[in-house]
Structures are given as structure tokens and as C-alpha cells.
Design a protein around this ligand. Structure first.
Ligand code: ZN
Ligand code: ZN
Length: 616
């Protein structure tokens, strides 16, 4: 897959489950999500469901998009499996120069064909699909020619995530899955050799991560070996077992060699000081931001917007802390420093939370309450035929505590959408208490707003009213995350939480996290922010725990641009809403704005703005 994941040890679904709302790991699964179309027929067309009025140009474009997607799966089996096309499970691309040359010429050829399509001749759904395809192809070209992560990020060389996905997804009987795994495993030694040969100047951080990931890869190989003992593996012949075991042994040796080679490399990079910096630098950051966020604003402008938003939030929190001081701190002297004052109030309020055994139950109870609020306040239509199923995260997907939406991929429209919540059973008392304080009485409600209603789940249901395979596969992550963050604010503006100062203060802390993510990402990758400065920004100035701050520091070293998607999408949506309000005057209706905004699917906000008749 060209889109890189920095933590590829977990299957895709587990990455989604690991999403703690705005603290998401770099896998915006809802982008790839897809709920069954209203007629239950399953998704088939490449773009919008053809209406009777679909023009000839739209149909021609749809055929072209369909041909491209099928050709892409044939070229890139890992992308195919990630999208749910398991008939490619037995293949694996060897990450060498020859493969990359093929991928580049493929991207260039398809780019020419899509650039020849006249956008003006297309309806809105096809036109936004065309925009997403052009952006994807240009982003692929950029990844192969300029980003060139294969030269510096060994953590992308990892077979575990997809092997685990193939093993644990029930897409076919186990013997068939084992045959696919066996074919794929045969290619693993060549895969790691090519990965090693491609490295030019790795960073210390990604090299260390790749070394740390090796035991996880070995454990997935062990799991495959254990699956042979499963009753369901009975149809797998003795000869096939023998072959699979030999391939597992060779794969294991390849991973051990890879780890050893990286360990040697890391030591010599440390000694010579020749490692590449994990900081992306201004030029690459600006370009990557352009492809991934697709905002009408530049990365630098977005950073400036985040700085302003931060000041506004802190001023508001300062006032709220004054308001809540006596109620929460009684006669304690009020610190002059606003961070100390706000932090003290947040700390006291955080003690109000559910009991650990009620965590899942409380989330389940809140979803219908949120839906009733949306309907009674005329904010959006809700589709009662697509209820969200709240469930405990399946055990094999756990690994990181949290909650998140798991939507079926575009090729499995018959599957349900789940809200996975990991119960706190496995945590120590201290860990559970820390998690419960973080997801306290107020923040837990905001989490549910973000993940479910009217956040990710509701957005998916609306997007699928005009199902688009292109946008389900290559949709804009900043729009998806931005909508969920926007939903939080919109709910509070509608009076949800009774306008209580406690609710607004906790909301502000939560929102400050998204804002700070943008500031941190830009500051670290472009402006050279140090670790000490970053930890101070996160802990003292954004009221995060040391654990959260340290995890964030690690994440910003290993990823770039993903952290900025939450605030960037949110800021663009807020700006669009206020422009529409101004342009429409008395005619502006919040519900109409929401419905129209969501009707275009997961397209970039500036594209939706154009379609809404707004020029910027
Ligand atoms: Zn989210
Ligand atoms: Zn407590």
C-alpha cells in the first residue's frame, strides 16, 4: 500500500478500535468506511449510484474509475487486501526498484487518462470523485518520487498487519485462508531483502520502531502455525502443512536477519551521526499537507489559525475556571497563572466519572439520547433503519484500550457498523482510574458525539446515501475527522449539556487537544520544536497527562501531517458554515447546511464549498 501506516502491527480494524476519538492513531478508518446502501442491494457502481438522469459523461467516467480501481488491485495486492479484496491475499509486492518503477508508470498513465476527463461535463458526485482520483494519483507519484519513505522509514517494511488480517478475517474457510497465507509467506524472505536493500539513510526513530516491531511480526507467524491445529483446518493436507511450516521457518529467519541488520545499522548511524532527521522539513511538509489535507489553506496558514484558536480557547477556559473556582476549590487561593488555575479546576472535575464496570453500559445508554437530541433540535435527519450496534471490542482486536467505529469496507456492504468499546477489565486499578478520569462524566459524552452521533457514524450513514466507491476508498480524512470535531461544537452550541460551565470547560480541553495537535505537528516537523518544548506545550499548556504527552511526542516523531487533520478539517468546516450563514442571511437553516454538506460524501471541504455555490 502506498499510504503508509506507522503502526502496522495491528489489523486495520484494531487500529480503528484503538482510536480514542481525537487521539486517533494514523488510520482514519471512517474514510474507508461504508454502510449498506438504503436499498440493501450492496454496492456495485464505481461512483454514485446511477440515477436515471446520469449523463453519458458521468457513465463514461464511472467505467473509467471502475477500470482504474480493478487495475490498482491487480498492481497492488496489499492495497487490495486493505480494501477487503481478499482474492489477492496470496500475493505480495516485493518493495524493490522494479516494483516502484511499475507503480510510478501506472500512476502516470492513469493520471493522463483522468486529466483528459472534462470536469465541467460531470455531475457533482462524479466531479468530486474525479477530484479525489486525481489527488490520489498525484499523491502516489509524490510518494514514489519525492517522499521516498522506502529510503528512510524501515517501519513500513512489515508483513504482520496483513498476515494477521488474512488469518483473522472470516472471508473464506480456514484451509483456503491458510493456502493464501502460504503463498504470501513464500515471498516474505525476498520482501525483507528488498526492504533492506532500499534503505539509504534511515532515521534513528523509524529504525528503532522497526526493531521494536520484530517480535510482533514473529508472534503473528506463531499464530499462523497454531492455526494448523484448529479443528477448522482439517481440510488442509499433510503436504500443504509441510510446505507452510517450511515457509514459516524461512519467514522467521528473514525477520530475525532483518532485525539484526537494523540493529547493526542503528549502532553505526548513532556513531556516525549520519541518520536522517525524523523532521520532514518545510518543503516536504507543505506538499504532503496539500495532498493529505486538501484544504484551501496552506500548512503555514493552518498553523497560524491554530495559534489563534488556541488563544481564544485559553481565554474562554480562563473565564470558566474563574466561574467554577469556588464551587470546585472552596477557599483555596487562586493562582495567578492561568494554566495552573485552569488545570486545578479540570483536575477536580475529572473525579466525576462512571464506575469502571459501567463504562460500556453508559456508552450504550447514551447513543439513543444523542439521537433524540439531534432530532428534537432539528439538527439533522437520523436514519432509524441503520441502528448502530454498540459492542465490546472483540478480544482479537484489543491491544489498545479505547473506543471507535468499525465500519465494513466497501466490498462488504452486508456487514454491520459497530461501535467497539474496550471494557476496562484488563487494566490495573490505577490505569482504570486514569482512563476514567480522562473519560470523565463530560468527556465521555463528547467522545460519543465524536465517534457516533452526530460524528463518524452519522457522517457515514449520510455519505452512503450517494454511495461512492471512490470516496469510500480514497476519501478525504480531514473532512471525516473535521466533521466529527465540528459535531462536538455544534452539539454544545445547540444547548446540549445545558450550557453548564463544566461542560464547556471540558469541551474546551478536548478541543484544545485537536488544536494543539496541529501546532505540535507543524512546530516539530517545520520549526524544529524540541522534546522539552513539546512536552511543556502538551502537559502544562494543554492539560494532558504525562503518559498522553509522551505518547504524542512519539507519534509526532513517527508520523507527519496526520495529526493536523482534526483541526484542519474542523477549521475549514466552521469557516464554510459562517460564510454560508452570511451569504444566505435569513434563509440559512442549520439543518439544511448539515444535510447538504454531508450529501457530497467524504470530499475535501473546499470542494464541497464550491459545490455549495461558494467561491473562495
Ligand atoms: Zn475521529
Ligand atoms: Zn475516580
Amino acid at each position: 500500500m502506498l499510504a503508509s501506516m506507522t503502526f502496522p502491527l495491528l489489523p486495520r480494524s484494531a487500529l480503528a478500535a484503538a482510536v480514542l476519538a481525537a487521539a486517533a492513531l494514523p488510520a482514519a478508518l471512517p474514510t474507508a468506511g461504508w454502510a449498506a446502501p438504503a436499498d440493501g442491494s450492496g454496492a456495485t457502481s464505481a461512483t454514485a449510484a446511477p440515477s436515471s438522469k446520469a449523463s453519458a459523461a458521468d457513465s463514461r467516467f464511472q467505467r473509467l474509475a471502475h477500470d482504474y480501481i480493478e487495475a490498482l488491485w491487480a498492481l497492488d495486492p496489499e492495497a487490495a487486501v486493505a480494501a477487503g479484496r481478499y482474492e489477492f491475499a496470496g500475493k505480495l509486492n516485493i518493495p524493490n526498484d522494479a516494483t516502484r518503477a511499475r507503480q510510478l508508470s501506472f500512476a502516470q498513465q492513469w493520471l493522463k487518462r483522468f486529466e483528459a476527463v472534462k470536469a465541467e461535463s460531470l455531475g457533482p458526485a462524479a466531479r468530486t470523485d474525479l477530484g479525489q482520483l486525481l489527488n490520489k494519483l498525484r499523491a502516489d507519484r509524490f510518494a514514489l518520487t519525492e517522499m521516498r519513505e522506502f529510503e528512510w522509514n524501515p517501519a513500513n517494511v512489515n508483513v504482520a498487519g496483513q498476515l494477521d488480517l488474512i488469518l483473522s478475517t472470516d472471508y473464506a474457510p480456514l484451509p483456503q485462508r491458510l493456502r493464501a497465507l502460504s503463498s504470501r509467506l513464500a515471498l516474505v524472505p525476498a520482501y525483507y531483502q528488498a526492504g533492506e536493500a532500499s534503505l539509504r539513510q534511515p532515521t534513528l526513530e523509524h529504525t528503532q520502531l522497526a526493531i521494536d516491531q520484530a517480535p510482533g511480526v514473529l508472534s503473528v507467524l506463531d499464530e499462523i502455525g497454531k492455526a494448523l491445529d484448529d479443528d477448522k483446518a482439517k481440510g488442509f493436507s499433510t503436504a500443504q502443512r509441510q510446505q507452510l511450516s517450511e515457509r514459516l521457518a524461512a519467514a522467521r529467519a528473514a525477520v530475525l536477519h532483518w532485525r539484526e541488520a537494523l540493529t547493526t545499522r542503528l549502532a553505526s548511524l548513532k556513531a556516525s551521526g549520519d541518520a536522517r532527521s525524523f523532521r520532514l522539513g518545510q518543503a516536504l511538509y507543505a506538499k504532503k499537507f496539500g495532498f493529505d489535507i486538501q484544504s484551501a489553506h496552506s500548512a503555514e496558514q493552518m498553523y497560524q489559525k491554530a495559534l489563534a484558536a488556541r488563544e481564544e480557547l485559553l481565554a474562554r477556559m480562563d473565564g470558566l475556571a474563574d466561574q467554577l473556582w469556588q464551587k470546585t476549590q472552596a477557599d483555596a487561593p487562586k493562582p495567578a497563572d492561568r494554566f495552573a488555575k485552569i488545570g486545578a479546576v479540570i483536575d477536580t472535575l475529572s473525579a466525576q466519572h462512571v464506575k469502571r464496570e459501567d463504562f460500556v453500559k453508559e456508552i450504550r445508554a447514551q447513543i439513543p439520547q444523542l439521537e433524540r437530541w439531534i432530532v428534537s433540535h432539528d439538527l439533522l435527519t437520523m436514519d432509524a433503519s441503520k441502528p448502530l450496534m454498540v459492542r465490546e471490542t472483540p478480544v482479537y482486536q484489543r491491544g489498545v484500550a479505547g473506543a471507535g467505529i468499525e465500519a465494513p469496507g466497501p466490498y462488504r456492504p452486508q456487514d454491520r457498523t459497530y461501535y467497539n468499546v474496550t471494557p476496562l477489565d484488563d487494566l490495573s486499578d490505577a490505569q482504570a482510574e486514569s482512563t476514567l478520569r480522562e473519560y470523565n462524566h463530560w468527556i465521555l459524552q463528547i467522545l460519543n458525539i465524536h465517534e457516533a452521533v452526530p460524528g463518524h457514524y452519522t457522517q457515514l450513514v449520510h455519505a452512503n446515501k450517494s454511495p461512492s466507491l471512490v470516496k469510500a476508498l480514497f476519501g478525504n480524512g480531514a473532512m471525516v475527522e473535521g466533521w466529527a470535531v465540528y459535531g462536538e461544537r455544534m452539539m454544545l452550541e445547540s444547548g446540549y449539556g445545558d450550557n453548564a460551565p463544566e461542560m464547556w470547560l471540558m469541551y474546551s480541553k478536548w478541543n484544545l487537544r485537536s488544536v494543539t495537535n496541529t501546532i505540535l505537528d507543524y512546530s516539530v516537523h517545520v520549526l524544529g520544536m524540541t522534546e522539552d518544548q513539546a512536552l511543556d506545550l502538551l502537559m502544562r499548556q494543554a492539560f494532558q497527562t504525562e503518559r498522553e504527552a509522551k505518547e504524542k511526542w512519539r507519534r509526532v516523531q513517527l508520523t507527519s501531517v496526520q495529526l493536523t487533520s482534526y483541526f484542519s478539517g474542523y477549521a475549514d468546516i466552521m469557516e464554510l458554515r459562517e460564510q454560508r450563514r452570511k451569504a444566505l442571511g435569513d434563509q440559512f437553516r442549520l439543518k439544511d447546511f448539515h444535510e447538504e454538506f454531508l450529501s457530497y460524501g467524504s470530499a475535501p471541504v473546499h470542494v464541497i464549498a464550491e459545490l455549495m455555490g461558494q467561491r473562495r
